[in-house]
Write a protein that binds this ligand. Structure first.
Ligand SMILES: [Zn+2]
Length: 315
């Protein structure tokens, strides 16, 4: 089997005790994490949240945008990621360089206790926006746990009331063309008892609970190397993890890094500001707006700014 990447692979355990998703991110994640000059611990944390969002985008039946915002009072003030139904993903981080350099870093692919150490106290908010016709859905939990994956688990338990388990890993991996960021993860979600099928006929509740515990234990055996291995096909990893109970895979979908910013959108935002504020954004003769997600610069010369403000005040 050839390697597939930037993929969301849905699956179900054969006995219907659990369903889940596997995510592998290569190029899409590398582009997001290198759009800005992030210190590696910031990039790793942003990458972890991007994988969590990719996994969660598969849990919801929606048509729109799923975004996760994490805010804290630590050296990293904010992480914001979003994923559209079409698999377009983007994200960015805000951090304080001075505060960050004061924090001692224990190295590793994902350093331990990075939530209390790098983010501090704050919240984890997940929003699903399905367009102007519907009310956005939002669930918020406090930032509690050692890792962002722990926070995501707490969100699933408290806000979405799902019995689920996640394994996520992000790392800067050496390849033929140098090092690049990769990330991935597996999420399993307990199914309802009514669909559970036992091999010997009538199933009992305790057999169902045993089956679920086994799935969580199998997931726990998944290594970071397996998650980050570019050559390991999602089907092979799922079979390796869950072959004892059998696993069925469904059609995959794919991710790309794609920002939704455009010159037109930036212009619409500019018009909503007071003119003096827009003038204060000038670099030289031009007003320059930089997209925080993809770092693209949008330049507007003074004549153009005059024209759009005149048009907007006449209409
Ligand atoms: Zn952008």
């Amino acid at each position: 089997m050839t390697a597939v990447d930037d993929v969301l692979q849905p699956f179900e355990i054969e006995n219907h005790s659990a369903q889940g998703r596997l995510v592998k991110l290569g190029n899409s994640l590398h582009q997001i994490l290198t759009a800005h000059d992030y210190p590696s611990e910031v990039a790793a944390l942003l990458g972890e949240l991007q994988v969590v969002a990719a996994l969660m985008s598969g849990t919801l039946k929606f048509d729109g945008v799923l975004s996760i915002q994490v805010k804290g009072d630590g050296p990293i003030n904010m992480l914001l990621v979003d994923v559209t139904t079409d698999g377009h993903m983007r994200g960015y981080a805000k951090f304080n360089k001075d505060k960050l350099s004061l924090v001692s870093i224990n190295c590793g692919d994902i350093p331990q206790q990075q939530v209390p150490r790098l983010l501090g106290a704050g919240y984890f908010a997940l929003t699903v926006d399905q367009g102007s016709e519907t009310q956005p859905y939002q669930g918020v939990v406090a930032l509690e746990g050692a890792t962002l994956t722990d926070c995501a688990h707490a969100y699933l338990r408290q806000s979405a009331q799902l019995d689920a388990a996640l394994k996520v890993c992000v790392g800067n991996v050496e390849g033929i063309e140098g090092s690049s960021w990769r990330g991935g993860g597996v999420m399993v979600q307990k199914s309802s008892f009514s669909g559970f099928q036992h091999i010997d006929g009538e199933a009992t509740d305790s057999e169902f609970e045993d089956a679920w515990r086994r799935i969580v234990a199998f997931l726990g055996s998944c290594t970071n190397d397996e998650i980050l291995d570019v050559c390991l096909h999602p089907h092979d990893l799922l079979f390796r993890l869950f072959s004892e109970d059998g696993v069925r895979v469904f059609d995959p979908s794919f991710f790309i890094m794609k920002c939704r910013c455009s010159r037109e959108r930036v212009q619409n935002v500019l018009i909503s500001f007071p003119r003096e504020e827009v003038n204060s954004m000038k670099i030289g003769d031009d007003v320059v707006v930089t997209c925080e997600f993809c770092n693209t610069n949008y330049r507007f010369d003074t004549n153009y700014i005059d024209a759009i403000f005149n048009t907007s005040t006449c209409s």
